[in-house]
Ligand binder design. Sequence first.
Ligand code: GLN
Length: 206
Amino acid sequence: MTAVVGVLALQGDVREHVDALTACGVRAVPVRRESELHAVDGLVIPGGESTTMSKLLGVFELDDPLRQALRDGLPAYGSCAGMILLASRILDTRADARHLDALDVTVRRNAFGRQVESFETDLDFAGITDEPGADPLRAVFIRAPWVEEAGPDTTILATVPAGPAAGRIVAVRQNGVLATSFHPEVTGDLRVHQYFVDMVKEGRAS
Ligand code: GLN
């Protein structure tokens, strides 16, 4: 059976993730209600605006069900605002912003903002660019967060290679939860989505 991967469709880059996931050979569906959440094997939380998405999670009564699904092991991938929502601790956000506590990391919102709002760089990504002959990954950052601190059970997959933010953590994984500061859905390079689809398939097999 084809894996079904949901894209949280409250706000943000929904269409781009649906297209990238479809190109990876899974059935990609928008998720707005609890019943739709329970029908997926994995979930992408897209980039957008984390405080808006946080508010909409409450409006759509998805906050608790999503938190519970993550606790029950639903594989999830958050990009940019999605990373912020998956984190356990957020710096520089609104006091009432919700987060899902699925990743033991401290995320700083709009972290690159003081230096430069948006930028692109090539980077190494563990499990993707260490394949023989693999090209580096082009990472597009748009008012992005970084991971300021990662807990002991979190694996760091990518850091910024050079420049004023060199060494900052921009991709992490903790069991079935993946997060990137950047937006792979805008580059046409499917490798991060494929990495997540493989995580979803491993989740189904175990
Ligand atoms: N700065 C945004 C936020 O705080 C995230 C930006 C993005 O997702 N591209 O939610």
